[in-house]
Design a protein around this ligand. Structure first.
Ligand SMILES: [Cu+2]
Ligand SMILES: [Zn+2]
Length: 195
């Protein structure tokens, strides 16, 4: 009886979802209630501020688990024509501003590096560059940044640094940990955007 009940309930849900979708197609409301949170698409947003003039908003979108994420947004009021390290840090703790964001998100225990080749942290996003007006338009595709599963970045911090990330090629110990990208200019917690 128990398994029959489960089958019955699953059937009922399918019928209700099909009905909602049909109504949505006809313009009578939304079928969004039937999208499982484990299937996607996923989206998060972070509002970046800190102990500098730099600020901005970053979105991350991922169509489905395991697929690449797209990191987009704009940061303003940076030094014109400058290059800045950009990372996901492990903690979402803003109690001491960007200083309590922890280290680069690195659950796979790699050395710091270039996100496009060789060993690197999951949180390594390379460098972003400002234009003559001190504006950075961010548009990064990452196969490492996931919004679901055991390595999800949701609730962690995205952070822009004072200077260029050396991508692990700086020839010193810090290079393989932080990329020598200097002070933390602005950061924000990656918060859930869609149900
Ligand atoms: Cu960083
Ligand atoms: Zn790193």
């Amino acid at each position: 009886m128990a398994s029959q009940s489960v089958v019955f309930l699953q059937g009922l849900v399918l019928i209700v979802c099909a009905s909602l979708r049909s109504n949505a197609q006809q313009g009578y409301g939304s079928g969004a209630q039937c999208v499982s949170p484990d299937v996607g698409p996923f989206a998060v947003v972070a509002v970046l501020t800190g102990n500098s003039t730099a600020k901005g908003v970053i979105h991350i979108d991922q169509p489905a688990p395991g697929q690449p994420s797209t990191i987009t947004g704009q940061l303003t009021r940076l030094t014109p024509n400058s290059i800045h390290g950009f990372h996901v840090h492990g903690l979402g703790d803003l109690s001491k501003g960007c200083e309590s964001a922890g280290a680069h998100y690195n659950p796979t225990k790699q050395t710091h590096g270039d996100p496009n080749s060789g060993p690197h942290h999951i949180g390594d996003l390379g460098n972003i560059a400002s234009d003559a007006n001190g504006v950075i338009n961010v548009n990064i595709v990452s196969k490492d940044v996931q919004l679901t599963g055991q390595y999800s970045v949701v609730g962690r911090m995205i952070l822009v640094h004072l200077v260029m990330d050396d991508l692990g090629m700086g020839g010193n110990t810090a290079s393989l940990v932080t990329g020598n990208s200097g002070a933390r200019l602005a950061c924000g917690v990656l918060g859930q955007l869609k149900l």
